[in-house]
Design a protein around this ligand. Structure first.
Ligand SMILES: [Zn+2]
Length: 445
């Protein structure tokens, strides 16, 4: 390849990339403009929901149902979970009502929707209108020339400057946001987090760290050179992080709270709350349970669990419910070990896996069992008329004209109050052929 030829190619490519960048910038401009228009529509929809709610002499909970129903309509039309839609509607209304300059900047594609949301979400800490106006002017100026994450960091500093209350007052408020959350991370691992006052977090960290160090001093580590290892010795191969995690998990799964309001006792782990054990349902293919395969075990029918953990749980603990599925077509065979299905409830949990409202993934074990055709109006109490619905969607169906009709194969045909139709099929673990679920009480093994 000659020098001149490759320089020519290089120039061509540079010109192409320059054009591509121009095209990307143009697309971004159109997207920003459309996002602004979508935000205005979402805000308008929420305003209508609020107007409907205000016109009726009903409870706060019933008023919120107006919002939920409209959010579910939008969710159905756009294939987005209705909770997410409801959150976006609220952010949209905040933006439209409280941040006019930001909305204009988005509509003129001078910032992205992400920038706009950073400004709205971080600005929530400021209640005073003047402080908020100053906040918007200052942060928007930064948003015009910086990335969204950097704008967020800057916005947080501005909020700190403008906040009228002292750290003591704010801490008193912030304590109310303490919470525990869980997030799945893949490879059968999850993240468990706690938001708590810093003093307590430091205390917990210090305690489990001390305990982990103490464990390390009494456990024997494997010698660096394998030749020095004693074949009969039991070595602790865990590092400090792993020991710390093991201790924290052990304390949470087996310990009891010091103050127990159910017994009124200030005591150690005995009865009351300490007697409550962890619950979860593991779905495991029969061949995997028998150790003939290593695939397909799941928690709540959806979250993959490694075969060793699943078999270990099957073997030992009475507090884990077991659900067996057919290895070929994946239909539910029976619930509980070597027994016929204990009852309809377990059958439904096994069939539905999660709430049957379109798009919802709340696990069946925390769901209500809903009569699709109302029991009071002649609906029967059997699998063909029952389905799992979470509290949120059960209430929505009861209070608003959302109509489910169950088909022979367990699919549920939903008709929304505005007449939009969506069909939710039952989950299949493995799909090879089309066949209705076997009725409860008649397992083929
Ligand atoms: Zn639901």
């Amino acid at each position: 390849m000659g020098g001149i030829a490759s320089i020519a190619h290089r120039d061509d490519d540079d010109a192409i990339i320059a054009r591509l960048i121009e095209s990307i910038v143009d697309d971004d401009a159109v997207i920003a403009e459309r996002e602004a228009s979508k935000i205005v529509s979402m805000a308008a929809a929420l305003r209508i929901a609020k107007k409907h709610a205000a016109s009726q002499p009903i409870s706060v909970q019933m008023r919120e149902l107006e919002e939920r129903s409209i959010a579910a309509e939008i969710g159905l039309a756009t294939r987005v979970n209705d909770r997410a839609v409801q959150n976006r509607m609220h952010a949209a209304l905040e933006l439209v009502d409280g941040y006019t300059a930001t909305l204009d900047a988005l509509a003129e594609s001078r910032i992205s929707a992400r920038h706009a949301m950073v400004i709205v979400e971080t600005g929530r800490a400021l209640q005073d209108a003047d402080a908020r106006a100053m906040y918007e002017a200052t942060v928007l100026e930064r948003a015009l020339r910086d990335t969204a994450p950097r704008t967020k960091a800057f916005a947080e500093q501005v909020v700190e400057e403008l906040h009228p209350r002292s750290i003591t007052e704010r801490h008193r408020e912030a304590v109310k946001t303490r919470t525990v959350w869980m997030q799945r991370r893949g490879d059968s691992m999850s993240e468990l987090g706690i938001i708590t006052p810093t003093v307590l977090a430091e205390g917990i960290w210090d305690r489990i760290t001390q305990q982990a160090h103490e464990t390390k001093t009494v456990q024997v580590a494997r010698p660096a050179d394998d030749a020095d290892a004693d074949d009969d010795a039991v070595y602790d191969e865990r590092n400090l992080d792993q020991i710390r995690a093991d201790i924290a998990i052990d304390l949470l799964l087996t310990g009891g709270p010091t103050i127990d309001p159910t017994t009124g006792a200030i005591s150690g782990p005995a009865g009351g709350l300490a007697a409550i054990h962890a619950r979860a349902s593991i779905v495991i293919p029969a061949v995997t349970a028998a150790g003939l395969a290593d695939r397909g075990a799941t928690l709540d029918g959806a979250i993959p669990v490694d075969a060793d953990t699943a078999r270990c749980l099957l073997a030992q603990a009475p507090s884990w419910e077991r659900v067996f599925t057919h290895p070929i077509h994946g239909h539910v065979l029976a619930t509980d070990t070597y027994r016929r299905p204990a009852n309809l409830d377990r059958y439904l949990a096994a069939r539905d896996i999660h709430c049957r409202f379109p798009g919802c993934r709340r696990p069946a074990r925390v769901c209500d069992r809903d009569h699709n055709h109302d029991w009071a109006l002649g609906g029967t109490t059997d699998a063909c008329n029952l389905a799992c619905l979470c509290k949120r969607h059960h209430t929505l169906k009861t209070e608003k004209p959302w109509k489910p009709v169950q088909q022979r194969d367990g699919s549920i045909r939903w008709t929304s109050p505005l007449g939009r139709v969506s069909t939710d099929p039952p989950e299949r673990y493995v799909i090879f052929r089309d066949e209705p679920d076997p009725p409860p009480g008649d397992p083929p093994f």
